[in-house]
Design a protein around this ligand. Structure first.
Ligand code: 6MZ
Length: 349
């Protein structure tokens, strides 16, 4: 039987590469904007419905990253806004049929709003707790864990500070650390010690890898593999010998079709995406949204796109989903739960 959106929505999915701030829908941003406008007559930021038009999904590396630094972070600076955004992001993923989520975010501070990096992480984690408490039982459950991101522009000391926060909040659901941010910036060699500390503390490691050709130098890719990542995101401009090494080490892959096409990180369209290469390697692949608030493609839609452009049937998507579970960071019990949900879903077809 053919794959359609009803099938991909019903498929119990894991989402492993979602940046929290990039996952906030424009509607939610607008509500946050409206609340601020209603309470402060001098508030003058542009309405998100105007700044991020609903029909615009094509940003490139130059226009994409400033969306956060010069707009969304200012809009979502208070504890109230961070809470509202996080809780809605969780509902949006759950309503799309995500049944296990790893959300990632870069700890940030806003002195004027009284938010420290620690307050920020703690606020996000309290939203995860609140959401879990309200879920009740299956099928509303979506166990969610947090990954803290190091930004490529960070200094070695800032990267270490993020890792220390991850260690501090490990018992509350931080399962790993990530390296993200504008791939045209920074020197990843500065972060070796921070990622070594993360591993030593038992945290998992995922890294944005070879997103643009300029950052895909052999020196950078070697340094990143030296951090002993458990998973890699994007893996676009990867030389053959590195591809072989990734497969040999059985590193999990987080692939983001819509983001890569719309942000022009790959030449061509969906059918040219490197998912076409990796799907036949036996690697664990999770299809991910990256920034659903910006690229507007849900996880279900990513599965649908993969099916449409790579001629995959229901059995192929089930196999892909089962293999994706192998690389989650939440531990064996979560893997078992997801495998059970997938088996039950398959039996219900
Ligand atoms: C093209 N894909 C991408 N590549 C690299 N980094 C990305 C990204 N999409 C998002 N981010 C990173 O995530 C931050 C927003 O979420 P958080 O504030 O952390 O929750 C961005 O500022 C950027 O550093």
């Amino acid at each position: 039987m053919a794959v359609n959106i009803a099938f991909t929505k019903g498929l119990p999915k894991v989402e492993l590469h979602a940046h929290l701030t990039g996952s906030i829908s424009v509607t939610t941003l607008h509500e946050i904007w409206q609340a601020r406008k209603d309470s402060d007559a001098s508030f003058s930021m542009e309405d998100p419905l105007v700044a991020l038009p609903l029909d615009k999904v094509s940003y490139d590396v130059v226009t994409f990253f400033p969306l956060f630094d010069s707009y969304i972070y200012d809009l979502c600076s208070s504890v109230a806004a961070i809470r509202r955004a996080t809780l809605q992001v969780l509902r949006d993923f759950r309503d799309d049929g995500v049944r296990y989520l790893e959300l990632r975010t870069t700890p940030r501070e806003n002195v004027a709003a009284g938010v420290t990096k620690e307050t920020y992480v703690s606020t996000v984690l309290s939203c995860l707790d609140e959401f879990a408490a309200s879920a009740g039982s299956e099928p509303d459950m979506m166990p969610t864990y947090l990954i803290l991101s190091v930004d490529r522009r960070n200094t070695a000391a800032q990267a270490m500070q993020t890792v220390e926060l991850a260690v501090q909040f490990q018992a509350r659901g931080v399962v790993g650390v990530d390296l993200c941010g504008n791939p045209a910036m920074g020197d990843v060699a500065a972060f070796g010690e921070a990622f070594a500390r993360a591993r030593e503390a038992g945290l998992k490691v995922t890294l944005h890898f070879a997103e643009i050709s300029e950052s895909a130098t052999r020196r950078e890719l070697q340094a990143l593999l030296g951090f002993r990542p458990d998973r890699l995101g994007h893996v676009i401009h990867v030389p053959d010998d590195f591809r072989d090494e990734i497969a040999r080490r059985d590193i999990g892959l987080e692939l983001c079709l819509s983001c890569n096409v719309h942000a022009k990180l790959i030449p061509g369209g969906f059918a040219d995406h490197h998912f076409g290469y990796w799907k036949d390697t036996g690697c664990s692949i999770s299809l991910c949204t990256d920034d659903v608030g910006i690229f507007r493609s849900s996880v279900s839609n990513e599965y649908l796109l993969a099916a449409e452009h790579f001629s995959l049937g229901r059995a192929d998507l089930l196999k892909l989903s089962k293999r994706a579970v192998d690389s989650i960071f939440g531990g064996e019990a979560e893997k078992e739960r997801m495998r059970r949900l997938l088996t039950e879903f398959e039996a219900s077809l």
